[in-house]
Design a protein around this ligand. Structure first.
Ligand code: FES
Ligand SMILES: [Fe+2]
Length: 406
């Protein structure tokens, strides 16, 4: 029997950890709190070091904590990040998404900065400022940067935030042998812009019950009990991170996949490992290619979804071509999985948009922490609740209580 409006909006008869209030996926005020309490203190994966191979190479990065950054490799080969703001009159210092420059020169009045953030030129400096301005006082604002876990460049706006290592803890240990086997190389980078909430993307990445969405997964692994699929277990780590146990994918079941026998150092043949990191990163090593998802929340219903596909720096042109082909088959922009994930996440964003009569979202599957258990989402939202100081199943409980008491 169908439900009327009141029944539709009723709280599920489940523990509060097993469902979420839909407002956490659409409320603009909660999004502002997420910015202040999470985004501005988290480590964000901004770029891979292979995308900045030479001194002077730079990339810009839109940070979810309302900051524009520029990431530069200096003459000393060190990668640093700076606020992309000219200290003179606050112009955007670098407009191009990427490039190479000896110095970063502001277009407005041509102040110049080197790869260490030092101010190295001010036109007609003495004529205008005499001795009243010291170049040290107009250097760029450096942002904490760490190059780690396989050469990724991580940034954090908060000078006092815990270190990257302490934030990640042991969540990536399971994949470290593969990540650190050899220097890696970004093969492809691309973006999708989704009208959805960033947590819905994370939800999709952190539960596998939705493998029913993917024809490719149905054919290559899920329907074969001997692949180990149903034995894959979630491991939850402090900080909202989780990994999923490895499995071997039966690529041979999909005749037209075009896959060769290419693998990855230390990974079992046809192996697959996945780690989700709080708040917005997924490391996904599927046999011959590492895919990194890093999504940038822009608004409660707007996300820049970045994808990187990586191989090894030592790859011959033939091996690189094979990795690219493997990427194209599954993970790339025209691959067999990704469009399905994006469709579902966008569909959720559309249906549960702010102002809609959205229902409580169920995250209640329990299957002994195996692959269709929804513990990944619950674990993530438990961390979200801890950081934001609100329950994900009842975010405005304290305001309601205060209003009642008044
Ligand atoms: S604002 Fe950049 S040089 Fe003036
Ligand atoms: Fe998926």
């Amino acid at each position: 029997m169908s439900r009327n409006s009141m029944q539709w909006r009723q709280r599920p008869k489940l523990p509060p950890t097993h469902f979420a209030d839909p407002s956490i996926y659409s409320d603009p005020d909660l999004f502002e709190e997420e910015k202040e309490k999470i985004f501005k203190h988290a480590w964000w994966l901004a770029v891979h070091e292979s995308e900045l191979p030479a001194p002077g190479d730079f990339r810009t990065y839109r940070h979810p904590g309302d900051a524009q950054l520029v990431i530069v490799r200096g003459e000393d080969m060190k990668v640093r990040a700076f606020l992309n703001i000219c200290p003179h009159r606050g112009n955007l210092l670098v407009y191009a998404p990427s490039g190479n420059a000896k110095n970063l020169v502001c277009i407005f009045h041509q102040w110049a900065f080197n790869g260490k953030g030092d101010c190295v030129d001010i036109p007609r400096e003495k004529a205008g400022y005499q001795e009243r301005i010291c170049r040290n006082d107009v250097a760029l604002r450096e942002v904490r940067t760490a190059v780690s876990y396989g050469g990724f460049v991580w940034v954090n706006l908060d000078d006092n935030a815990p270190s990257l290592e302490s934030e990640i803890g042991s969540a990536l240990d399971y994949m470290l042998p593969e990540l650190e086997a050899e220097p890696m190389q970004t093969l492809w980078y691309y973006q999708a812009r989704l009208k959805t909430n960033f947590k819905l993307i994370h939800d999709t990445n952190s539960e596998f019950y939705h493998d029913y969405l993917h024809i490719y997964n149905r054919i290559t692994g899920m329907l074969k009990p001997d692949t180990g699929y149903f034995q894959r277990k979630y491991t939850a780590f402090p900080g909202g991170h989780a990994s999923v146990g490895s499995m071997n994918v039966s690529y041979e079941s999909y005749k037209s996949s075009g896959r060769g026998q290419l693998g990855w150092p230390h990974l079992a043949p046809n192996g697959w490992k996945l780690v989700d990191l709080f708040p917005c990163i997924t490391f996904n090593l599927r046999t011959s290619v590492l895919r990194i998802d890093s999504y940038i929340p822009v608004a409660p219903d707007d996300v820049i979804y970045e994808f990187r596909l990586l191989g090894l720096k030592s790859d011959s042109p033939e091996i690189r071509r094979q990795r690219e082909k493997d990427s194209a088959v599954i993970w790339g922009p025209f691959g067999r999985n990704l469009h399905e994930d994006l469709l579902a996440s966008s569909g959720q964003g559309m249906a549960m948009a702010n102002g809609s009569e959205a229902m409580y979202v169920l995250q209640a599957r329990e299957e002994d922490l195996t692959i269709h258990d929804e513990v990944g989402m619950r674990h993530y939202l438990a961390e979200w609740s801890r950081r934001i100081g609100r329950s994900s199943s009842d975010p405005y409980a304290s305001e309601r209580l205060a209003a009642r008491a008044a």
